[in-house]
Every structure is written in structure tokens, then in C-alpha cells.
Write a protein that binds this ligand. Structure first.
Ligand code: PEP
Length: 248
């Protein structure tokens, strides 16, 4: 059974100075937890977060990465650059990237492959919108997105993989999928991963994301196929992170 991962997605929040102060506050209060914690800070804040975390077991990660190794891609950040500042993880294919930056699953596939090639672990996000859910097509839709997003991840690369099931209608809306909804998709994703990566699928962590908070994280993360959470809104508040860590 893989260790639960609590990945905190700050999105476009916190300057480097604010990030450093926040992390100092968190580490002073963080209870012992069986889960692994990772702070997915804006890239420019990662060095400040890494410096403040020195000596702690918390990991850091990026929120996006280029599919290219290096070169003339103005504004982009490579996996090697993230690794150099101490990152372990990168979110790829977040629904906000898919929606506001027109990232297709083909683009996400290139980013997942570049992440693994650069020595980092991609947290590959998949999940349906409300229209798809209302038509009852959420399982097929999400699994199609999953297979397309993993098209360039080999069996070997599957050792370095985290999947986040994030129904878009539950992100930042306060609407949480039920623990049963999360498990339905996590189980379907596990089965699809077995088809792609055989037994390695059992070691892939499948996170749930969408309005997770201290009050609902335990029930969601004790589902058989859910191995943690990707948290947006509640990840900005120290007391909420302390509460979620204590619940895992
Ligand atoms: C997210 O951004 O990945 C997310 C799940 O956000 P929230 O927790 O705010 O719904």
C-alpha cells in the first residue's frame, strides 16, 4: 500500500517572502503524520520554500513544466530547472492549464514524459466537467484522458507516477465528490493502469482533488484506491493544512 501523499497546490498565490513566512509558520505547528507532504509552490517561490524547509521531510514541486528539455521557449521552465531548486514533483495537466492554456492530453503526455526524463515525478491530473458527469459519461471520459495523457510514459516510467483524479466541477467550488465518487474513479483508474503497467499499477498513488479540507480528507483518503489528496484552496491556510495532515 503506497504512503498517502498530501500535495498542496498553491496555484498563483504567495510571493517568495510570503511563502517563506508561511512555511515557517507551518513547520512550527505541523503534527507527526503518516502522509508525505509536498508543497507545489509557484516556481519563483520554490527556492524560498526549499530554504525554509531545510532539514524537514516535506517535499516541494512545480505546478507546470515544459515538454522541452531546454532552448528557445520563452517563459517556460524545464524539469531540470525545477529539479535544480530541489523539486521532487510537478503537476501536469491541471484542469486550469487545460482550460485557460488549451492544454490537450497530447500536450500533457509530452510534459509527463519530460518530467520523468528530467528525474521528477509527474502528478498527472484528469477528471470530467459537470456536463460529462451529468450525462453519466465520467468514467469513460476520465479514462480516455488518462490513457492519452500517459501515452508517452513507459512501463519503466510508471515507477515515477502519481495520478490525481480531479472532477472539474468540484475544484474550488466547495462541491466535493463523495468518498464513493472518488473511489469509483480511483478504482477505474487503477484498473486502467493495470492494463498499461501490469503490477506496477499497485504502487502508483492515485490522489483525489476537489474541495478537500480537514473535515472530509480522512473519509476520502481511506477509500481502498485513494492514496492521498491534491488540495487547492485549503492548502493556503496553515490551520487547514495542520488539520489535514493530522487526519491522515
Ligand atoms: C486543485 O486546484 O487542484 C484543487 C483541487 O482545488 P480546490 O481544493 O480548491 O478544489
Amino acid at each position: 500500500m503506497p504512503t498517502n501523499l498530501l500535495a498542496l497546490n498553491w496555484k498563483m498565490n504567495k510571493t517568495p517572502s510570503e511563502a517563506r513566512a508561511w512555511v515557517g509558520e507551518l513547520t512550527a505547528q505541523l503534527p507527526a503524520t503518516a502522509a508525505e507532504l509536498a508543497i507545489m509552490a509557484p516556481a519563483i517561490a520554490l527556492p524560498a520554500v526549499a530554504a525554509e524547509l531545510q532539514g524537514s521531510a516535506l517535499a516541494i514541486g512545480g505546478q507546470d513544466v515544459s515538454a522541452h528539455e531546454s532552448g528557445a521557449y520563452t517563459g517556460e521552465i524545464s524539469a531540470a530547472m525545477l529539479r535544480d531548486v530541489g523539486a521532487t514533483y510537478v503537476i501536469v495537466g491541471h484542469s486550469e492549464r487545460r482550460t485557460y492554456h488549451a492544454e490537450t492530453s497530447q500536450v500533457v503526455a509530452g510534459k509527463a514524459a519530460a518530467t520523468i526524463a528530467g528525474g521528477l515525478v509527474p502528478i498527472v491530473c484528469v477528471g470530467e466537467g459537470l456536463d460529462v458527469r451529468e450525462k453519466g459519461e465520467h468514467v469513460a471520459y476520465t479514462l480516455d484522458q488518462l490513457r492519452d495523457s500517459l501515452a508517452q510514459v513507459s512501463l519503466e516510467g510508471a515507477h515515477q507516477l502519481v495520478i490525481a483524479y480531479e472532477p472539474v466541477w468540484a475544484i474550488g467550488t466547495g462541491k466535493t465528490a463523495t468518498a464513493q465518487d472518488a473511489e469509483e474513479l480511483a478504482a477505474a483508474i487503477r484498473e486502467a493502469l493495470r492494463g498499461l503497467y501490469r503490477d506496477y499499477a499497485d504502487d502508483v498513488r492515485i490522489l483525489y482533488g476537489g474541495s478537500v479540507k480537514p473535515g472530509n480528507i480522512a473519509e476520502i483518503c481511506t477509500q481502498p484506491n485513494v492514496n492521498g489528496a491534491l488540495v487547492g484552496g485549503a492548502s493556503l491556510d496553515v490551520a487547514s493544512v495542520v488539520g489535514m495532515a493530522a487526519a491522515l
